[in-house]
Write a protein that binds this ligand. Sequence first.
Ligand code: BG6
Length: 447
Amino acid sequence: MKFPKDFMWGVSLAAHQCEGSFEGDGKGRGISEREQFHNPMSDFYHRYPEDIEMLSQLGIHAFRMSINWSRIYPDPWGEANQIGISYYRDLLTKLKEKNIKPIVTLSHYEMPYLISRINGFVSKESIDLFMKYVRTCFENFGDLVEYWLTFNELNCEHMPGHNKMNGIISSENHLEWDYAALNNKLVCSALATKLLHEMYPDSRMGNMIGYFPIYPQTCNPKDFLKMMQKTNLLHHICLEVQCNGEYPYFAWSYFKENGIDIHVTEEQKQILKEGTVDFISMSYYCSNVVTYKYDLERRSGNQIGGIDNEFLEKNDWGWTIDPEGLRIVLNDCYQRYKMPIIIVENGLGAYDTKEEDGSIHDTYRIEYFHDHLSQLAKAVVEDGVDVFGYCLWSAIDIVSVSANTISKRYGLIYVDADDDGKGTFDRFRKDSYYYYQKVIATNGEAI
Ligand code: BG6
């Protein structure tokens, strides 16, 4: 199947999972770097010219990346770090030289550690701090970036237990904190969108949603109702606000039922109305199953909870592999919001073996991409969903967020490093690299 002529084929990375160099060159500590992750991660901070060269040979049109806020503002109340600004400017310039369009996430699960002083995004002060950072990014990189994304997987960040992603270091969990932080981030997202449109009218802002289908366990209407409620809560609060500019009725009912005050002001409601995004971006990895009999809880076999799906295979970490789910979510999302969509993450975490000659035969990953891209093609070509791009996860091996190891590998390019942060850090192309190279060269015909 042939994809539309201008379809953007790309790859993705996130700064805090690949850069390394936590300290030095003026960078401040990031919130996810305190106990987590071995330096130097994939050492992208030093090796990005080599990586961009290899990615350019892959033939990509787009590179989805993120900026590390704590590299730009080591202290969010202080001065901008010029070395950090030069670093990202150079990276973006190199992409431009290779004719690769960057898609830049402003906040991918990362922020300066010091923001925890004010309990992170729970505090309204975080909005000013974030917007100061956003303005600096637009002023310094805006001429090199046409596509921006606000917060990575914003809908996942308000799930209980994700304190750090909101800049909260306390181990206490408060539902009201989760939603007050979400509201402040939604306001940041709207303000960033408005600012981008003022400064660069031709540039475009997208949101980013971790979109996984939730299936009812049976055809019992009670299971269906449960599925609908979970889907609304997990996916559609963020999408409704970011695409349509206001909280949906089911959000207000949920807040009321749970005694949650999100502290939204009338002025903020107006900002949300005025700052809707230009396109939807999403990650897609797996699906979940729910039943009315018990609540969505974390169980082995699924990414974020739910119960086992006997019809699906799983990866070594228990994430379901569900290519058809991708076609389902694309149709569902387009039908509801009628906005252009780009997939900015989709990939398989797996253990890889590097042979003595440096080859990596990751046939399982090729099969995963083949199956998912086939469903993507059906959604685009047969169903007519307006998807304008696909950036797979990930360009090079990175440190996994949930497993906290590099041995849960996602990359098309192997990074010679182990879970203790040791190795040569040399790069090797996997078989999946050559597969994706053909897919791009044929605009999807070689899927
Ligand atoms: C997405 C995140 O949820 O999933 C990425 O945006 C992450 O940052 C990816 O790496 C894969 O998940 P994990 O936990 O295996 O790294």
